[in-house]
Write a protein of this length. Sequence first.
Length: 99
Amino acid sequence: IELVEQVANNTAHEEAPLYLPLVMFHVTWCTHCMHSLPEFEEAAKIADKAKESGQLSNIQIPPKFFVIECDTGPATQKLCEKHTGTSFPAIKLFRDHRA
């Protein structure tokens, strides 16, 4: 949970960030989340392939994809409430310590 909070707060890097966290917040019972998750995962694969092939070389700080299941425990629930309230799914890009 601590790493997730660091990613969400963009404090995982002490110096210049290596990536911009793109986080999908979801819950397992949500139908919209179930439909969105495979698309988000596919986007992550496409972005990884583009980075490996050099297609993202002109982007100073590339995105890195994260998925947080908001119904796995009190700590993740608190983190999700802080960033999304009760709206799921939610996708947020964190930059400069803000979403």
